[in-house]
Structures are given as structure tokens and as C-alpha cells.
Ligand binder design. Structure first.
Ligand SMILES: N[C@@H](CCC(=O)N[C@@H](CS)C(=O)NCC(=O)O)C(=O)O
Length: 209
């Protein structure tokens, strides 16, 4: 399989995809996209993703996939990270939708603007309180679930854990305090202890030309 991932190293949405690819041991060609330099606004990039966002995955035949969780679903098909059982799969999907609808718009946006964009906190000052309130709510929902099961969708790690781990383990960069969320902290350690885990700085071996 010949995969090309267009990604920014410090983006949590891009890290999700690198983390899954590392777990699966799939080779891929990593192309760096510098968000701050405007790489996502060039005509070439917008032709791939008119929304001007990373990650973008080019698959065999040149087809382009966008949306990190859709990319996880594509790569995860037929692997241990995507449950075959209909109900288990639906429960995993619940958490993938939660990640995009509740978790990323609060924790993810907060981290993006407060940790990655110079001066971002001032630029978005009117939104910070709302991010913090909604982010705490999202963490509370995860806490309730993770007090009942070791991973968000049950006993085994799934794509939903990979998606949620990306921003959650970096929540401190957006000034969230995880002290009141012991189950979430235990889960962070569990995900990081899975064989094949890599950190956000990890990059694949360059693909031979
Ligand atoms: N829902 C999208 C969100 C992607 C997204 O927001 N990407 C950010 C980086 S984390 C981005 O590309 N920002 C660049 C920009 O806004 O110009 C996904 O999950 O892939």
C-alpha cells in the first residue's frame, strides 16, 4: 500500500493518524504541512482539501481522504482497533462522534489556539471561558465511562481511544487540570503502555524513492 500523509507534527488530529499507522506498522510517506506559514491555503493544498485542514491522506490511486476520524476508519478496517461486532462498533462510533462534536471543539480548539498559535489566546480571548467549561464537561463524560471500562468503548482499545488520546494527553497544554479525573489519567497511561505506541514527536522512516 502506498500512502502519503500530509500532516503538521504538533496537530493532534494528525497525530491520531500517525499513531494508528505506527500501531499497524504500515509504511507511509510523511509530507510536512506548516499551518503557520500558510501551507494549507495554497491552491495545491486546497485542491486536495477545500477546507484547508490537515490531516490529508492520499491512498493508492491518488484518492484523497480528509477528516481524521474517517481516515482512522479507513486504515482501521480489518484490524484489532475496529470491532467487528455491530454493537461494539456502534459504541466505538459514539465516541468518535463525541470526539468531533464535543471534545475537539473544546479541548482541541483550546490547545490549538493557546498552545500552537502565537498570540492565539488573545486573538480568541472571548472563547476561552466557553472552551474551558465545555472541555471540563467532555472530560467528565470520559471520566464516567472510564470509571466503568478500561477503554472508552469497552475492554479493548479501539480507534476511539486513539482519537481521544491525541488531545486528552496534551490537555495541560490548554491549561486543563486532569487531577480531578483519575480514571482519565489511568486511561492515558494504559493507552501509552500499549505495544506499538509512539509519542507525538515520532516520525516514520523516510520511504525509499
Ligand atoms: N475535523 C477535522 C479538523 C482538522 C483540523 O482542524 N485541522 C487543523 C489542525 S489540528 C488545521 O489544519 N488547521 C489549519 C488551519 O486552520 O489553517 C479533522 O478531524 O481532520
Amino acid at each position: 500500500m502506498s500512502l502519503v500523509l500530509h500532516a503538521a507534527q504538533r496537530s493532534a488530529n494528525c497525530y491520531k493518524v500517525r499513531l494508528l499507522l505506527a500501531h499497524l506498522g504500515m509504511p507511509f510517506d510523511l509530507r510536512d504541512v506548516d499551518i503557520l506559514r500558510g501551507d494549507t491555503r495554497t491552491p495545491e493544498f486546497l485542491a486536495m482539501n477545500p477546507r484547508g485542514r490537515v490531516p490529508v491522506l492520499q491512498v493508492e490511486g491518488g484518492t484523497v481522504l480528509i477528516e481524521s476520524n474517517a481516515i482512522l476508519m479507513y486504515l482501521g478496517e480489518g484490524t484489532r482497533f475496529l470491532p467487528e461486532d455491530k454493537l461494539c462498533r456502534a459504541m466505538m462510533m459514539q465516541w468518535l462522534f463525541f470526539e468531533q462534536n464535543s471534545h475537539h471543539p473544546s479541548l482541541g480548539e483550546a490547545r490549538f489556539w493557546m498552545a500552537l498559535i502565537p498570540g492565539g489566546r488573545d486573538l480568541k480571548r472571548d472563547l476561552v471561558d466557553d472552551w474551558m467549561e465545555k472541555g471540563e464537561e467532555a472530560l467528565s463524560r470520559m471520566e464516567s465511562q472510564l470509571a466503568r471500562s478500561p477503554f472508552v468503548a469497552g475492554d479493548r482499545m479501539t480507534l476511539a481511544d486513539i482519537a481521544l488520546y491525541a488531545n486528552t494527553h496534551l490537555a495541560h497544554e490548554a491549561e486543563f487540570d486532569l487531577t480531578p479525573f483519575p480514571a482519565v489519567r489511568g486511561w492515558i497511561d494504559r493507552v501509552a503502555a500499549e505495544p506499538g505506541h509512539v509519542g507525538m514527536d515520532w516520525r516514520p522512516m523516510p520511504v525509499a524513492a
